[in-house]
Design a protein around this ligand. Structure first.
Ligand SMILES: Nc1ncnc2c1ncn2[C@@H]1O[C@H](COP(=O)(O)OP(=O)(O)OP(=O)(O)O)[C@@H](O)[C@H]1O
Ligand SMILES: [Mg+2]
Length: 361
């Protein structure tokens, strides 16, 4: 479901914003510092209850304002309204869904699936595994209903086991209880992740093929512990070294995606531009698979694409976006760098930001 209306108040340098985005491609241009990234940040906060720019949401509140308030309406029959508010003096974020208060972030995320493509996202391959795990789990979360419960249980059991590891005297009874719980839900989580990856790898390969025909590139899922052994065995036998380290060293919290060319890590071999194309294919493939498996589409937030990809790859990338039927918010400094990237029959809604004010063209 695309966003048909956005209302932001108190977000960074943006003046009270009232936007009616198109269901397809929305191109937002403006000079440096005009507020383009802030607009994407607002949509991101609306779907994820967090910013991609700061850990502390209060930094996103306009300097002299008391709160940032974001509203969005998703097209549908009936439409769905989303609201997120963070005031300067409240510790908690307030989330509303169709007027109902106290909504959990997972429900918000489920309602508005988002994919962000910005300079940080382009560093997915070279960065820490946490980002790739988050990428993987985005797909599993949206496609498999059982994911969230398994993930929550794993997190809870892991927290308890780690706390027990740090005690001076080991409480073996409690340790066994939490290890069994951890092992059970981790095996479930692993099944969901590996099942998703088996489907995802095919979609990714087909998408990448058009952007960057590379032979021998493989995408593998690593589950976070030895594939020959059950996790319970690994936990029991690793207790002593885990105690020395002060945390659980193996398990689904260490899962990763490994991209290789032959036997080498792709990141050691590919140019920076090629890495960006691989990341683009990963991101596009997730949107494709979501649509294929659930009939739902996600919203793409793409910050300054022209600064990241060259003209010909930008065109192939934009062509993929057109085929996805997703709603896209794409920013750029120069209008000319993006307006010609589309097929003539594609409707592109144009917006311009000037000193924090949004103008529809
Ligand atoms: N809390 C805040 N209150 C008011 N203004 C802010 C706040 N935080 C940042 N700004 C300002 O908001 C402006 C817009 O920043 P933004 O990153 O959205 O611009 P942009 O259009 O994406 O620019 P660029 O093309 O350089 O990426 C910046 O000039 C910044 O100084
Ligand atoms: Mg920007």
């Amino acid at each position: 479901m695309p966003l048909e209306r956005l209302n932001f108040l108190g977000l960074r340098n943006l003046a009270a914003l009232d936007m009616r985005p198109a269901p397809g491609i929305n191109l937002v241009t403006g000079a440096n510092g005009s507020g383009k990234t802030s607009l994407l940040e607002g949509v991101h906060m609306l779907g994820m209850a967090r910013s991609f720019r700061t850990q502390k949401l209060k930094h996103a509140i306009t300097h002299d304002a008391d709160a940032v308030t974001l509203h969005g309406r998703l097209a549908g029959d009936p439409p769905v309204s989303l609201g997120v508010r963070r005031s300067r003096d409240a510790a908690e974020l307030e989330i509303r869904l169709d007027g109902e208060r106290g909504i959990r972030v997972a429900r918000l995320a489920e309602t508005l699936p988002l994919q962000l493509i910005n300079p940080d996202a382009f560093r997915l391959l070279e960065g820490a595994p946490a980002a790739r795990r988050e990428f993987l789990d985005w797909g599993v979360f949206h496609v498999k209903h059982e994911f969230f419960e398994a993930w929550r249980r794993v997190r809870r059991a892991l927290k308890h086991r780690n706390a027990l590891l740090r005690h001076d005297r080991i409480d073996l009874r409690s340790m066994r209880v939490w290890e069994q719980e951890l092992a059970h839900w981790s095996e479930q989580l692993d099944l969901l992740r590996s099942d998703y990856m088996a489907q995802f790898a095919k979609t990714f390969e087909a998408t990448l093929h058009e952007l960057l025909p590379l032979s021998g590139l493989s995408l593998r899922y690593y589950r976070g512990w030895d594939k020959q052994r059950g996790l319970l065995d690994v936990l029991e036998n690793g207790r002593d070294t885990d105690r020395q380290m002060g945390f659980t060293q193996q398990g689904p919290q260490r899962a990763d995606l490994r991209l290789r060319i032959g036997k080498r890590a792709a990141v050691e071999e590919l140019s920076r531009g090629q890495q960006k194309l691989v990341v683009s294919a990963l991101k596009l493939a997730q949107g494709r698979l979501l649509e294929e498996l659930t009939g739902r589409t996600c919203v793409y937030l793409i910050d300054d694409l022209a600064a990241e990809l060259d003209v010909s790859h930008r065109q192939i990338f934009c062509h993929w976006l057109e085929r996805l039927h997703c709603q896209v918010f794409i920013t750029g400094v120069e209008r000319s760098a993006l307006e010609n990237a589309w097929q003539s029959e594609t409707d592109v809604a144009m917006f311009h930001v000037e000193h924090g004010r949004l103008l529809t063209e």
